[in-house]
Design a protein around this ligand. Structure first.
Ligand code: MG
Ligand code: MG
Length: 265
C-alpha cells in the first residue's frame, strides 16, 4: 500500500533527512586507508543517537550494523567489521538510515578511499548522475518507469549496467514501503506518481555485469564478475508543486541543476 504524506508529515521527514545528510557527510570526511568499517559504524551510531534519533538498519531483519559498508565489487549490504580494513584505491559505498520522531530517512553514497583510479571516480560520478536523472523524472504525473528508464539510460550510455535484483522503495514511517522503485524500465509505464509520495531512489551501478551474488553471510551482495559497483541514494518527497524535494540533500535546487545540465549540453 502506498501512503501519501501531508505537509506536516513531510516536514518531519525533512528533519530526519537533514540529520541523515549531516551524518553521511561526517562519515565521508573520516574515510581513510587503514580504518576498518566497524569504526565507521560505531561513529555513525554515536552521531545518530546524539541527535535523539535511532539507527534504522540496526536489527532490521537481523542486520547487525547501523550502516552498510560495501567496498569495491560489493554492491550493497556489507556488514561493518573490524576485519574489513579499507585499502588505498578502494571505493566504499556507505548506506545509512535513521528514524527521527517516528519518520525514516535513507541515503547512500560511494566515496573513494585515498587516491583511486580515474575509472573508479568515473563510476562514482556516473552513478550520481544516474540518480539525478532518475530523481528529475520523479514528478507528479510521470510514471515509475520514467524514473527507471532515466537511470538506465545514463548508466548504459556510459557503458555500465544497472543491478536489477535490488530496487528503491517507498519510505515514511517504515523504511521500506510500497512501491518498489526500479532502476530500469520503460517510459510511460508503471504507477503514476502524485504529490505526497515519498520514495528512495537508489541506483546500484556495475562497471561490468548487472548480475549479482550474495555472500555466505547472507548479506553482502557482490557483482558476479567481480567488477566495481557504486551506489547512491536519496529520500525524496513529491511536493505540492509536483517536483521532487531531496529530503536527504538539504539546499538542493532543481533550478540550479537544470541550468547546469543546459550548460553541459
Ligand atoms: Mg539505503
Ligand atoms: Mg533504500
Amino acid at each position: 500500500m502506498i501512503t501519501i504524506k501531508n505537509a506536516e508529515q513531510i516536514a518531519k521527514m525533512r528533519e530526519a533527512g537533514a540529520l541523515l545528510y549531516e551524518v553521511l557527510q561526517k562519515l565521508r570526511e573520516v574515510v581513510r586507508p587503514g580504518m576498518n568499517t566497524m569504526e565507521l559504524d560505531v561513529y555513525a551510531q554515536r552521531l545518530i543517537r546524539q541527535h535523539h534519533a535511532e539507527p534504522s538498519f540496526l536489527g532490521y531483519e537481523g542486520f547487525p550494523g547501523s550502516i552498510c559498508a560495501s567496498p569495491d565489487d560489493m554492491v550493497v549490504h556489507g556488514i561493518p567489521s573490524e576485519t574489513m580494513v579499507l585499502r588505498e584505491g578502494s571505493i566504499l559505498s556507505i548506506d545509512c538510515g535513521l528514524v527521527l520522531d517516528g519518520w525514516q530517512a535513507d541515503s547512500a553514497l560511494t566515496v573513494p578511499v585515498g587516491e583511486v583510479s580515474a575509472e573508479a571516480l568515473r563510476l562514482i560520478a556516473v552513478t550520481e548522475e544516474c540518480f539525478f536523472a532518475g530523481a528529475r523524472a520523479a514528478v507528479a504525473g510521470n510514471r515509475l518507469g520514467d524514473i527507471g528508464s532515466a537511470v538506465q539510460t545514463v548508466a548504459e550510455r556510459n557503458g555500465y549496467s544497472v543491478v536489477r535484483d535490488l530496487t528503491g522503495h517507498g519510505i515514511g514511517r517504515e523504511m521500506h514501503e510500497d512501491p518498489a522503485v526500479f532502476n530500469f524500465g520503460t517510459p510511460g509505464h508503471g504507477l503514476r506518481m502524485r504529490s505526497g509520495m515519498t520514495i528512495a531512489i537508489e541506483p546500484m551501478i556495475s562497471a561490468g555485469t548487472w548480475r549479482v551474488q550474495t555472500d555466505d553471510d547472507g548479506w553482502g551482495v557482490r557483482t558476479a564478475d567481480g567488477s566495481l559497483a557504486s551506489h547512491y541514494e536519496h529520500t525524496l518527497a513529491i511536493g505540492e508543486d509536483g517536483l521532487p524535494e531531496l529530503l536527504t540533500l538539504p539546499g538542493f535546487s532543481w533550478a540550479a541543476w537544470d541550468a547546469q545540465q543546459a550548460k553541459g549540453e
